[in-house]
Every structure is written in C-alpha cells, then in structure tokens.
Design a protein around this ligand. Structure first.
Ligand code: GLN
Length: 543
C-alpha cells in the first residue's frame, strides 16, 4: 500500500474493529485472524490487538480450566490464547502492546493520576480513560508501522466490561479510518426450518445505540444464510448484502480465510476503506489447508493431562500438531489421556494402546503426575515416540532418575518437597519470589543444542530460541548423575547452567523445558513437533 510521506500517515492507516454480539464462543479470534490473513495476503502489513475487559493485568494468574490456555509471547507476556491464534495465522511475533486488558489500562490511568498526569482534573472514563485507549491503539499501529490494525474487542456487545473500550473505538472512528465488523449468530429454528435474524437485528441496534454502525456483518450459523435471511439482515442493519458474510462451521479453522475470500470479503473491506492493492496471494496458505484436509495418513497422538475436559487448555499443542502434520503429510487424531485415571497403572495399557506417539504437556502440581511418569515409562519401554513439554521434561527426568539411576522416590520438589532425590528443583532466582503475577521464568530464551543429537537434527542448528513459562528446572547438582546413565542433555542455556532439552539415548524421546508449541505457525511449524511426527510416521511404517 502507498504510504503518505507528508507526516499524515496516521490518517492513512486503517483500523478494523471486530465486535462480537449476542454471545461468546463465536470464534472472534479466528474471524479476526482470518480477516487479518486475507488483508495480509494483499501485501498489507496487518497488526492485531486484543482488548479484554477483565481486571487482571494479564492472563498469568488465570486457571486454564476456566479460561483456556495461557499463551506466552517472546517478551514474556502471558496473554489470552487469541494472541496465539493471531500469531499462528499471521506468522508474526507479537509483544505486550498487542494485548490490552482492563487491568492494564486502569493501572496505567491510576499510575498516571498518582504522578500528577491529569493535574487539576477529575479523572473520568470519558475522556481520560478513552483517550489512553485510543493512544494505545494508535501507538500499536505506529510501533509496527502497520497498514491495518485489527482490533478484537473481547466479550460481547452490551457487557459492562467492554463498554468503555467500544466507546473509545467510536470516538476513534471520527479521528481515523475505522471499519466496524459485527460478528453475530444466526440460529435456525428446527421446527420451522428457518433462520432467525431478529437476535442479530437487536444486537445491531444495540451497537447503533452506542454510536457504532458496522459495515460488515459476519454470521456464524450451521448452514449458509438463506436469501431471505440475508435480505433481512441487510435491511435492518443497514449493510450491503455482499457485506454479509457466511461463517458456517468448518472442518479446519485454517480454511476460514479462503471461505471469506470466496465471498469477496477482502475486496469489500478494501473498497470500504478506500485501499487499492495489487491483488492477493493465498496460494501457499491454501496448499497447506489442502494438506490438512487430505493427509496421506492419520496418526493417533496421546496427550496426557489433567485439563483434558477443556481442550482449550492445550490449544497451542493441538495446533502445533496440525501445522507439523500439514508439512509432513500426517493427519493427527488426538486421544486425550486423563492421567489421574491411570495412576494405579491398571488402565495404562488400554489408554495408550492405540497411540502412535505420546505428548506429555506442561502442567502444575501433583495431581496426575504419577500417571504422566507411567505414560513416559510406557513410551520409552515400548519404543513409542515421545515429546515432553516443560512439565513433560520434568516428569521425563523423574522417570529416568527412578528407573535408570536407581533414585527411588526421585521427584520434583514442586510435588514432593522432601524427596531424597530432588532431580527437579526451583530455579535459584525463583527462591525469593512471593508474588504470583508475571514472576515465572517467562518468554523467549536462547538455547544451545548439542551437535550429533536428535534434537540437533530436528532444529538443524546450534542456536535456537523458544518460549518458557516455569519456575522449576533440572537440578544442576544431579544432572551429571542422569547423564552418567545415558540421558542426553541435548540443549542447555548458553552459559551451560540450565538444562533446556533432553533426549533418550534409544528410540525417539525428546523433551524440552520450553513450550515450542507457542512458536508454531501453519507456515512455519515447530521443529520439535515436526521431528516428533516424522518419528511417528516412521514407527507406523514399521508396524
Ligand atoms: N510446574 C512446572 C514449573 O513451574 C512446569 C510448568 C509448565 O509446564 N509450564 O516449572
């Protein structure tokens, strides 16, 4: 896109604001990312920003069981999992500025007030808070030098929590070029076999009462809209018929950009924003989507964990498998293994029998840990490819210590503070930490990979960087003992002090203290996930 050089570039920048109406769970993050992707495919620099109304400063203290996965960015920001969706679709690295919460903006205003930043004034939602929000949103555009800032408003229109944010966006629409997108749900009354648009009309009116008039309406539904339903929405919501977009359930979220493109959504948005481009190119992306849909073979991957009731708790792992699978022609069927149910060992074989590979993901606390150790041992003894992620590495170290080094009762001090063999222990800098928010070892850290290892083979280089979120580590005092018995310490921090990755001497078993799933994108899968699926594939061939 042509940028102006007369200093009025801010005017040229476009803002697309996605607001969800009627109910949560409609997939605002996927819609925002997909719209971002099609705009990006027109060679525009797209930057996403998520607003969340809750008063937490970040997601770090939230329970993934209640809220879904806590996603981690390079700079250590613990944020909403939508940021993960943005990164996975847009293949960009985001930072703390891309996530704005109620807690963050209120802290900023209150801190500023204490410092005399609003001296003489009574500090109000309008204009003080809304000004800070606008400044933030525009600042993100500036710092990324974006052509388009995609703003996703968390929650639902009508919520108390996001009202002030929507008000800020309304104000901004008179200062900048802003296009509002309403995401809505169109139910079908089965008895009548008819799609009902009235909820959407009411929600649109609610937005209008806030001074917001969406120019695009995206409809979640079971079947594409009927002609009548489309006409009604157009009439009552003041939108062009071709700006009403179908978003029915789909087999893969990565197919949504193409679904939107087929309805010429991007052309509609670009026209409304007055942007001319030289056309789009989604070919490579669509090729990958095709591989997701038509894999050469399907593998069953067991993922152990205690949050298996809520799949959102492990969304990055699920997606990392999809990405790696698209690149090595494997479709992945996930088998969730509730480790608390196999602690006594009885149901272990039936739980893992059909698994072609096993992943032990991150976790906290004792519950289910013995079951995870059993799964790892089963994988190792039966030559099933294994990938351990963070807590998964810690449990793999415990398993090795107990079964190969004769360290009976070895454990992590997180689980057993009095263990005789504390093979996993608190990181030294964690010992004095009292606060819970943003105090773990967070964000991207460099790691040096040992040449000649399978880990090295996976990355193909010595220096790598992965994202972290933990308080414990392999106890440096006992690491040597593990190594003596053959465990390969395949990755360490550049100063050699922290064990970052390990691998089994036999078979495919790699574990990392990091969360490589956080850096996996459809266009750039995580090397360890790819190596893992490749090992799964080879193992299946031998079966
Ligand atoms: N509970 C472990 C730690 O704090 C592992 C954390 C995780 O898996 N993210 O070190």
């Amino acid at each position: 896109m042509q940028k102006e050089s007369d200093g009025s570039k801010g005017k040229k920048r476009k803002f697309v604001v996605v607001a969800g109406s009627l109910m949560s769970g409609l997939g605002k993050g996927i819609v925002t990312s997909s719209v971002g992707k099609i705009l990006q495919s027109h060679n525009l620099k797209v930057v996403p920003l998520k607003f969340d109304g809750y008063l937490n400063v970040d997601c770090g203290t939230m329970n993934p069981y209640r809220h879904g996965e806590v996603f981690v960015l390079d700079d250590g920001t613990e944020c909403d999992m939508d940021l993960g969706t943005y990164e996975r679709f847009l293949n960009v690295n985001l930072n703390k500025s891309n996530s704005l919460t109620g807690g963050k903006i209120f802290s900023l205003v209150i801190d500023k007030e204490r410092k005399g930043g609003y001296l003489g004034y009574d500090v109000q939602f309008v204009p003080h808070l809304t000004n800070e929000i606008k400044k933030w949103v525009k600042g993100v555009g500036d710092s990324f030098d974006a052509d388009v800032v995609m703003v996703e408003v968390g929650g639902t229109v009508g919520d108390l929590e996001n009202g002030y944010f929507l008000e800020a966006m309304r104000q901004m629409s008179f200062e900048e070029e802003v296009l509002f997108v309403q995401l809505t749900y169109v139910p079908t009354l089965e008895a009548l076999g008819e799609q009902k648009t009235k909820p959407t009309q009411h929600a649109n009116r609610l937005l209008a009462s806030l001074g917001i008039n969406p120019k695009v309406v995206i409809c979640r539904e079971v079947e594409p809209l009927s002609k009548e339903a489309r006409k009604k929405i157009a009439l009552y919501c003041n939108v062009d018929e071709d700006a009403i977009i179908d978003d029915p359930d789909t087999d893969t979220i990565y197919g949504v950009p193409e679904l939107f493109e087929k309805q010429r959504l991007c052309a509609t948005i670009l026209e409304k924003l007055g942007v001319k481009t030289n056309g789009s190119d989604l070919k490579e992306w669509n090729k990958l989507v095709h591989s997701i849909r038509h894999p050469g073979e399907v593998a069953t991957i067991g993922i152990t964990g205690k949050y298996t009731a809520l799949k959102d708790a492990y969304v990055s792992i699920k997606e990392a498998l999809v990405h790696a699978g698209a690149h090595c022609d494997v479709g992945v069927k996930i088998k969730w293994v509730e480790t608390t149910e196999i602690e006594d060992g009885k149901l272990l074989v039936s739980a893992l029998d059909e698994c072609d590979g096993i992943i032990v993901p991150g976790g906290f606390g004792a519950r289910g840990s013995e079951g995870k150790i059993k799964c790892i041992n089963y994988a190792r003894k039966n030559g099933i490819p294994f990938l351990g992620l963070c807590f998964g590495l810690q449990m793999a170290v415990v398993e090795w210590a107990r079964n190969e080094c004769g360290m009976t009762g070895a454990n992590s001090t997180e689980i057993d503070a009095d263990t005789h063999y504390p093979v996993i222990d608190l990181l030294p800098e964690q010992k004095s930490v009292k606060d819970k928010g943003a105090t773990m070892r967070l964000g991207a850290y460099p790691c040096k990979i040992k040449k000649g290892t399978k880990t090295f083979q996976a990355y193909g280089k010595e220096e790598v960087s992965e994202r972290h979120r933990h308080r414990f580590e392999v106890n440096p005092e006992l690491a040597g003992k593990l190594e003596e018995k053959g465990l390969v310490l395949s990755g360490k921090s550049p100063d050699g002090k922290i064990v970052e990755m390990i691998e089994w001497p036999e078979g495919f078993g790699i574990a990392t203290q990091a969360h490589p799933e956080f850096k996996s994108r459809l266009e750039k899968p995580a090397p360890l996930f790819q190596a893992f699926l490749q090992a799964v594939k080879e193992k299946k061939k031998k079966k």
